[in-house]
Design a binder for this molecule. Structure first.
Ligand SMILES: [Zn+2]
Ligand SMILES: [Zn+2]
Ligand SMILES: [Zn+2]
Length: 307
């Protein structure tokens, strides 16, 4: 059972998913529930000996039908790979899976926003190490995409297009480019190694992308994560958030967004975490001790050497 409650003072919805306390927590490797089911071995969530990409309903969902959705996307049957080390054709296939889930979940009347994301590392609360991501179908428009839409209205145009153009003009914080995608550390990044990956042509969502752009998106994401891992020579924890147009069918306004992916890594050095403390939590003001231009230079170098 999950329940939504509204906080008037913050104008925000909080989701209560109390059954989630029972979640599987960091099982031993040979009890990984996302590995294939081996003959004679314990059954896992996936009753197959081999697979490429598998999507299934989260057994411990934050949301459940008929209000919202919570799905798990397993990238590979190889426990030891990551988004960075998947074969490129598998990473590209993952983009097509994301696209298909966006289309199918977005068509549902109970889902206003399809949110694709990945939590990586115990530092961000990961309970399973097997390479996987998640998809939430929110029965409301969450605050972060809502803020981005409000920025579009304020500017009278696409804020993402404007930021992308400004970053390309400036160039100092750009860390990676390919034909269709650009990655940079935002000028006002909240996290020391925050990275923003955006599609050059305005595309509201994955559904509007050309096949070649999906391949380039996969390549950009793999390059960024490979650079992260190279930076401190360790698997780099992060939250990866895919933002695209809301899918609310009840709303009168046209679907508008600009497909982009944001990475929020909690590390500020190889072994020090950035904590959200008094200023961030109580006042909502982020304080960072690294300039985005400096971390961009480090990441640009790391991506070049990881290639
Ligand atoms: Zn596994
Ligand atoms: Zn745009
Ligand atoms: Zn965004």
């Amino acid at each position: 059972m999950s329940e939504l409650r509204y906080n008037e003072l913050r104008d925000e919805v909080v989701v209560y998913a109390i059954h989630r306390q029972e979640r599987t927590f960091l099982p031993a490797r040979d009890h990984c529930p996302l590995c294939p089911t081996r003959p004679g071995g314990p059954p896992t969530e996936i009753p197959l000996q081999h697979f490429e990409i598998v999507v299934f309903d989260n057994r411990f969902p934050a949301f459940e039908a008929p209000r919202g959705a919570a799905e798990v996307v397993v990238y590979t049957d190889d426990h030891d790979l990551s988004l960075a080390t998947l074969p490129p054709e598998r990473a590209e296939a993952l983009m097509w899976v994301w696209r298909q889930r966006y289309e199918e979940l977005g068509a549902r009347a109970d889902i206003d926003y399809v949110y694709i994301f990945e939590n990586r590392g115990v530092e961000v609360g990961v309970t399973l190490h097997h390479p996987h991501g998640q998809i939430y179908g929110y029965p409301f428009l969450p605050p972060v995409p809502e803020l981005e839409l409000a920025a579009d209205e304020r500017l009278g145009g696409c804020a993402e297009c404007a930021q992308l153009a400004a970053e390309l003009r400036d160039g100092e914080r750009v860390i990676y480019e390919n034909g269709g995608l650009v990655a940079w550390v935002p000028e006002a990044a909240r996290w020391p190694y925050e990275v923003h990956v955006s599609i050059r042509e305005h595309r509201d969502s994955l559904l509007d992308c050309q096949p070649q752009e999906l391949a380039q998106l996969a390549n950009a994401l793999q390059s960024v994560v490979a650079g992260f891992d190279r930076l401190f020579d360790r698997p780099f924890p992060y939250v990866m958030a895919v933002h695209q147009a809301p899918t609310a069918t009840a709303r009168a306004q046209p679907a508008h967004g600009h497909l982009h992916v944001e990475f929020y890594p909690p590390l500020r050095t190889a072994d020090k975490l950035k904590y959200l403390a008094g200023s961030e939590q109580g006042a909502g003001a982020f304080i960072s001790d690294v300039l985005p231009e400096e971390s961009a230079a480090e990441l640009r170098e790391a991506i070049a050497h990881a290639a």
